[in-house]
Ligand binder design. Structure first.
Ligand SMILES: Nc1ncnc2c1ncn2[C@@H]1O[C@H](COP(=O)(O)OP(=O)(O)O)[C@@H](O)[C@H]1O
Ligand SMILES: [Mg+2]
Length: 343
């Protein structure tokens, strides 16, 4: 095990190693990052010790938490390529109990640099194993692809959450995702399981949204979370302020829906009840997230404003371009390729 470099805080000390949960869907713009960041912040506010791993070279989770990428000494790239201990890549998010392994565009190079490296699919799993007893839950925000980065996330994870946007052709590509999850489960990580499907960007004014939920429910019987995330301008605005919706507009419909989802997830993961003494509000953030001097080599100046059991594989397959306008980072291989290369 790697020597810890970031001290755990006293409150809500985990009693069991943290479950690792990956948010995966190779479609861009379905709400992976929004869900990872919001859930991470809400679980931390509730008193849990949370590690969020940004595994997308676009680094949207990193930016969404108000972290200046220019200030980062170490990132997920160093964890994967240089085998840097996770504790040394952790950035200060200025939020109590929430740690982040940040990502920058450099991470895109990891797929290429790890070609030919033995057991490269298990690099993240091995790194996270060393810090699981410091957290109550570890969340991994996956990139919009099924390449080596997502395969690393799936190999490290005990559970997968699949966010699906309530839009036309919502299930396109989901078959390929489920196939990749099954392959990783069979070859690399037998305990891996889909813990649930989260419907996002639901628009109550359209029949399409309700229709899509029904269609997805048929593919994933008993797997859809009861909480459905509405399409909400406030949710879309929050990242530009370096805030989650819990901080930007805690009373909004979007925040309320994510609170319900976080409650459901807490139940499905059987997370321990946090110590009652911890602050449940983000207003207290800052002090508790700072490490004792000299325990972390990563310096992040934050710009946070204070104002504010797998279902049957489905038939359709195929990648989908990013729907959020962000250019997908080209990747050299599909997940199947990454897995096939091993066998
Ligand atoms: N429920 C929602 N309503 C409206 N906009 C949303 C919602 N969830 C996410 N967004 C916005 O949609 C875009 C894509 O979301 P994101 O979480 O980045 O998806 P992914 O990580 O799957 O690419 C972002 O600009 C985000 O702010
Ligand atoms: Mg994302």
């Amino acid at each position: 095990m790697d020597a810890p470099t970031a001290s755990p805080q006293k409150s809500a000390r985990p009693s069991a190693p943290a479950p690792v949960v990956a948010l995966a869907n190779q479609k861009g713009g379905v709400g992976k990052t929004t869900t990872a960041v919001t859930t991470g912040v809400m679980l931390a506010e509730a008193g849990h010790r949370v590690l969020l791993v940004d595994l997308d070279p676009q680094g949207n989770a990193t930016s969404s938490l108000g972290i200046d990428k220019g200030d980062l000494l170490h990132t997920a790239y160093n964890v994967l390529v240089d085998e840097l201990p996770v504790g040394r890549a952790v950035a200060v998010t200025d939020r109590p109990r929430l740690d982040l392994v940040p990502a920058t565009a450099q991470l895109a190079g990891a797929e290429v640099e790890l070609v030919g490296v033995e057991a490269r699919e298990g690099r993240l799993a091995r790194s996270l194993a060393a810090v699981r007893d410091r957290y109550t839950v570890i969340l991994i925000d996956c990139p919009p692809s099924l390449g080596l980065l997502t395969v690393n996330a799936l190999t490290a994870a005990r559970y997968v959450i699949i966010p699906i946007q309530c839009e036309f052709l919502a299930l396109e590509g989901v078959g390929q995702l489920v196939t990749t999850i099954d392959l990783v489960k069979r070859r690399l990580n037998p305990p891996l399981d889909i813990i649930g499907v989260l419907m996002t960007m639901f628009d109550a004014r359209t029949r399409l949204s309700a229709h899509v939920v029904e269609e997805v429910r048929r593919y994933f019987p008993n797997r859809i979370f009861d909480a459905v995330i509405p399409r909400s301008i406030r949710l879309a605005e929050a990242p530009s302020f370096g805030q989650s919706i819990a901080e930007y507009d805690a009373g909004s419909r979007g925040a309320e829906a994510y609170r319900r989802f976080t409650g459901e997830l807490t139940g499905r993961l059987h997370l321990p009840t946090p110590a009652p003494s911890v602050s449940h509000r983000a207003g207290a953030r800052g002090a508790a997230s700072r490490r004792p001097p000299g325990t972390s080599t990563t310096v992040s100046r934050t710009t946070v404003s204070s104002t504010a059991a797998p279902s049957s594989p489905v038939a359709t397959a195929g990648d989908h371009p990013a729907a959020d306008g962000a250019a997908p980072v080209p990747r050299p291989s599909s997940g199947a390729d990454a897995l096939g290369a091993k066998s």
